[in-house]
Design a protein around this ligand. Structure first.
Ligand SMILES: Nc1ncnc2c1ncn2[C@@H]1O[C@H](COP(=O)(O)OP(=O)(O)OP(=O)(O)O)[C@@H](O)[C@H]1O
Length: 273
């Protein structure tokens, strides 16, 4: 090939690259949980001793049960995408997100990410005995924001959460909040920062309708800011309103991956809704 052609190809490649930047690559991922002492009637000291003395080193010999939660999942997520994760209870959605966030090891296969993905609700290391106010600072610092950045965005975070709509709750310890209020504050803190990859697990289901609308709006903004958003939800409406692409998991396997409407149509046929 002539040098000019090669240069042209390189330019084309760069253009393509500029248009679709991968943020998460999941390649043949398997995740297996190991549960110790899962069988009943094995809690006694003698049973434990005989387990220790038993020969063999396999999981079964050690009395460990395994749950194969994610089975050979592969996909590439790009910048600017909002990807919904759907599937029946126990299909592996949360497990997949936790593995992408680096919180669970891969049994087989690989996960490549651009930067550190933020998993909402886990990465926000909030403390129940501290006030909402202190938690905004703590959560902000935990996400890598500077004190100045947090100060500048503090009011916006509190306003977005709506915690103070019914009185001065932000100066009370978080343990006095309802689960919905706590979830709203967590979402507001996480959403205050620009994320390369933001993963939200059912967060929208906890707030009331007004807050859901606000958070859906924020997800659209985060997407526009060129990050990638993953959303696990059992609400097909939330998925429709916020996501442009959907991954459908069933029994740990990726059953379908495509545009929201196409996948939801098949999923609704499957669930009979
Ligand atoms: N900590 C754990 N230890 C052992 N098994 C687990 C653990 N967490 C989840 N599992 C199992 O892994 C499988 C996938 O669970 P996961 O929570 O990822 O599903 P999900 O699709 O998020 O479900 P849901 O819609 O009910 O939240 C299930 O069979 C579940 O029992």
């Amino acid at each position: 090939m002539a040098e000019a052609d090669r240069a042209h190809d390189r330019r084309d490649g760069r253009q393509e690259h500029a248009q679709r930047v991968p943020t998460v690559i999941v390649d043949g991922l398997h995740v297996v949980y190991r549960v110790n002492g899962a069988k009943t009637g094995r809690g006694s000291a003698t049973a434990a001793l005989s387990r220790i003395l038993r020969r063999g080193s396999g999981d079964a010999a050690r009395g460990v049960r395994t749950v194969h939660a994610v089975k050979g999942v592969s996909f590439i997520a790009y910048r600017g995408e909002a990807i919904g994760l759907i599937g029946s209870n126990g299909s592996g959605k949360s497990t997949l997100l936790r593995a992408i966030a680096g919180l669970l090891p891969a049994e087989k296969g690989r996960v490549y990410t651009d930067g550190q993905p933020s998993l909402l609700g886990v990465n926000a290391a909030l403390m129940n005995d501290l006030t909402g106010e202190r938690n905004v600072i703590l959560g902000g610092l935990a996400m890598g924001m500077s004190r100045e950045e947090i100060k500048a965005r503090y009011q916006e975070i509190v306003d977005f959460s709506g915690i103070n709509e019914k009185g001065d709750f932000i100066s009370l310890p978080m343990r006095t909040y309802s689960s919905g209020m706590a979830a709203r504050l967590r979402f507001s803190i996480a959403a205050a920062k620009k994320h390369d990859v933001l993963m939200i697990d059912e967060a929208l289901a906890t707030g009331d309708r007004k807050f859901q609308k606000r958070s859906e709006e924020r997800i659209r903004e985060l997407r526009a800011e060129a990050g990638t958003v993953f959303l696990v939800s059992h609400s097909n409406k939330s998925i429709r309103d916020t996501c442009n692409r959907v991954l459908w998991l069933e029994r740990g396997e990726l059953r379908m991956d495509g545009p929201t409407e196409e996948v939801l149509k098949e999923y609704e046929k499957f669930t009979g809704r």
